[in-house]
Design a protein around this ligand. Structure first.
Ligand code: CMC
Length: 462
């Protein structure tokens, strides 16, 4: 669901040294000058504010980092008010029109668009690292038939670190490069294996003749044909969807990758943390909810009643609104343009008519206009995934594949940043202090600990 932005430089330029904040501590009457740079103050500058010599000093409190910049980054720029998204300064619309997902992955990770020679080499490397060790296949086989594909992806991504132990040498550029290549190359293979496992179908090995999205379609959908030939319109639509999902600055999963990576663990383990964060319904799962909502609405005639329900707060208009974008999500606009191309191949999804009419009516309605609620990236992406015949469980996996390049880019940037330290937030302690240990026979039962209903335990799950 919501990718959350922390704080971005809104283009105001570099702050001058004279920019400062005067703070008076009313507990002591003392005044302090706190420097402002890049539109921020440093939390550590508040530590000098104390009521006494032995006071720890003032801390800032910001659960969920809603107003805290956790890093400096030159990867992705978002202006939520204007509906702007740029990677390394290039507008997302131009990248979707002229570039490819692998080129954007290179741009995110290495900072500039590759030359023809660099791109060819990059694509060659990725294409030739798509196979996974046969033992990975055995892990996947070990999962229950109905295992969630994100759970399988999480486990297999983490497992990759055991196959490439040299990746722990995170200061070696060659190792960092290989980890980037392997992760981007193998993620579609892991995803397709998870999908085929759920269906009980044999796994399809990568095909080096095909493009990155074409090979994914082959690993997903190839049956008895000798050679799978992906439809170029589907390849293009998938490639665009993957460009759109490649990075979104300091969202929940990216913060997880940076936070776990700051312990200097290998990049496979750090990226597995990103997959885990994305698995949660507040991050990766809104497009599935959009489809359920469109099903519930059923026909365009029911839209006015549904919108009345939203206004009475009985419902939520899924796929609308965003923590950062207070304008049309630029990713939603691009996806909408590709919906028709996909339906030309797969046949029209009747839910599109409901979605288009719903969008039109909501954008005309004062309730949504006033609150700056516009379609976000998830409003149309689920329709495309459904048209591709993907089960809802797989939608978040379709997000994890391209976000891998963003996670790696952010992980590398963090590794190279001299300001990086192990992530270690502070807390406001709210518990008791200095209690004396109570022997077990003198304790009173104060709380009811929840216990498992043994009769409800599924024997298959142990
Ligand atoms: N339907 C109806 N009302 C809404 C919606 C919605 N989808 N979103 C926000 N509002 C209302 C909300 O009730 C509030 O109204 P009021 O001020 O009268 O109380 C106002 O708009 C502001 O909303 P908010 O909850 O303060 O906004 P937020 O920034 O905390 O939430 C959000 C952002 C994305 C969680 C929310 O808009 C939402 O739940 N949308 C639906 C779920 C969805 O589509 N998520 C996908 C996000 S994009 C994926 C990504 O970037 O990774």
């Amino acid at each position: 669901m919501a990718d959350e932005q922390t704080r971005h430089d809104d283009g105001g330029g570099v702050a001058t040294a004279s920019d400062s904040l005067s703070v008076t501590d009313n507990r002591t009457g003392e005044s302090y000058e706190i420097e402002i740079s890049d539109g921020t103050v440093k939390a550590m500058d508040f530590r000098q504010i104390k009521v006494s010599e032995d006071d720890f000093g003032l801390m800032t409190y910001d659960p969920a980092f809603t107003n805290t910049a956790s890093c400096r980054s030159a990867i992705t720029y978002i202006d939520g008010e204007a509906g702007v998204l740029e990677h390394r300064g290039y507008p997302i619309e131009q990248l979707c029109e002229h570039s490819s997902y692998l080129e954007v992955a290179y741009l995110l990770i290495y900072g500039e668009l590759p030359t023809r020679e660099q791109l060819d080499e990059w694509v060659f490397e990725i294409t030739h690292h798509t196979f996974v060790h046969e033992n990975i296949k055995k892990f996947v086989e070990g999962f229950r038939y109905d295992a969630h594909p994100m759970g399988m992806l999480l486990a297999t991504t983490g497992a990759l670190s055991t196959f490439y132990p040299d990746a722990k040498n995170i200061d070696e550029d060659a190792e960092r490069h290989m980890a980037a290549v392997r992760l981007i190359a193998k993620m579609p293979t892991l995803a397709a294996f998870a999908y085929r496992h759920n269906l009980g179908l044999p796994y399809v090995y990568p095909d080096n003749d095909l493009s990155y999205p074409g090979n994914f379609l082959s690993m997903m959908f190839k049956m008895t044909e000798v050679k799978y030939e992906p439809d170029p319109r589907l390849e293009k639509a998938l490639d665009v969807l993957w460009i759109l999902h490649a990075d979104h600055e300091q969202n929940c999963s990216t913060s997880a990758v940076r936070s776990v990576g700051s312990s200097q663990v290998d990049p496979y383990s750090a990226v597995a943390a990103g997959v885990a964060a994305l698995y949660g319904p507040l991050h990766g799962g809104a497009n599935e909810a959009v489809l359920r909502m469109l099903d519930q609405i059923g026909t365009t005639e029911n839209i006015p009643d549904f919108l009345e329900g939203v206004k009475k707060r009985e419902e939520k208009l899924m796929g609308f609104g965003h923590r950062v974008y207070k304008n049309y999500d630029p990713r939603a606009r691009v996806i909408k343009e590709h919906v028709d191309a996909v339906f030309e191949v797969t046949g029209r999804n009747p839910k599109l008519d409901i979605a288009v009419e719903l969008e039109k009516r909501a954008l005309d309605d004062e309730f949504f206009v006033e609150r700056k609620l516009y379609p976000n990236v998830d409003f149309y992406s689920g329709l495309i995934y459904e048209a591709l015949n993907l089960p809802p469980d797989l939608f978040t996996v379709m997000f994890a594949i391209p976000r891998t390049s963003g996670w790696i880019a952010q992980w590398r940037e963090m590794q190279e940043d001299p300001e990086t330290k192990i992530a270690r937030p502070r807390q406001i302690y709210t518990g008791g202090r200095e209690k004396d240990y109570v022997p077990i026979d003198q304790r009173e039962k104060l709380t009811d600990k929840p216990s498992a209903e043994t009769s409800l335990i599924d024997p298959g799950k142990g």
